[in-house]
Design a protein around this ligand. Sequence first.
Ligand SMILES: Cc1ncc(C[n+]2csc(CCOP(=O)(O)OP(=O)(O)O)c2C)c(N)n1
Length: 374
Amino acid sequence: MIETQKFAKLLTQRFDFFTGVPDSLLKSLCAYFTTNLSKDKHIIAANEGNAVALAAGHFLASGKRGAPAVVYMQNSGMGNALNPLISLNDPKVYSIPVLLLIGWRGEPNIKDEPQHIKQGEITRNLLECVGLEYDVLSDDFDAAVLQVENAYKYLLNKNAPYALVIRKNAFDDYKKPLIADISEIIREQAIEKIVENAKEAVFVSTTGMISRELFEIREKNKQSHKQDFLTVGSMGHSSSIALGIALEKKDRKIICLDGDGAALMHLGAMAIIADRQPKNFVHIVLNNAAHDSVGGQPTPAFGANLFKIARAAGYKTAVRISNIEELDKIGEYLNSESPIFIEILVKKGSRKDLGRPNQSPAECKINFMENLKL
Ligand SMILES: Cc1ncc(C[n+]2csc(CCOP(=O)(O)OP(=O)(O)O)c2C)c(N)n1
């Protein structure tokens, strides 16, 4: 295991701009950047493609020799990153170097969740396929120093991206930055209230804790899971999945339970929803201003006023709930004019003993589709 602080210091000696999307395997590193770098030097991006582009902008503005930046991501985000990596950074286009740090979820022979298996299997092949040089970071610090040096030389000499693939437990714990909560509402309780007030509705829930909490609430209530589609991977796409369903199943109320990080990741989906004006659509963002599921790293979602964005985009109803008294009115909001956007400000954190769905994605899909047929 590598000492996070030593490794991060090594990087900051060579690089002066850091951006990325948080990953549980890289949470210590991200915590170091958040705590120790200024807001101009470290940006938690909306999505991984966004991060690659920010890093490219930094490079373009960094003088004659050019200073490559560092972009960190979970391997699930490689899909988002590939577009700019291939059509912007690649030597066949602008030849813009960038150091990628890629958290290797789903590494073969290491137990992980179903949504990480395929991505883990193909992580190296994907890099090879796009002709991106890489190395798997050693857990020995001295060896890692040489790997970073090697990567740095490559970036300068070849003017092309280079990746370091990072295994589980590569870094030791680094203290989380203290980021104040924006509300007292506990997310699981908010979801419970929503479920209570929407017995017949179909739910599409986002990646991370929100889906796990929805699953647990159904277990606790001894309800079936068949009305819930858990978007375990594919972060940022649950509202589009929900819209696809809503347009087809006009007699059912469709509720998307979104996270703020996920909503920001593909914010354009809100404009599409507003444009289609579904009459049976509720988009709920449980906003804790953080990527809670992977370590609580901050998002700019509080200041972004998502409910105002929704209103401006054309949702018929758009409200922000920030305390328990307003949460009690959720039933009313759920029955207002659709498309409905409800932003609920919630506290970070979840129950320590929160379980994981014991149903496979395939079972979830079959049961959900059976239920939708009715
Ligand atoms: C494309 C992609 N990038 C990164 C991740 C890693 N990831 C999983 S959950 C999550 C945070 C989600 O944050 P938010 O939507 O705000 O929900 P919260 O965890 O706060 O409830 C991240 C970054 C991912 N699964 N997919």
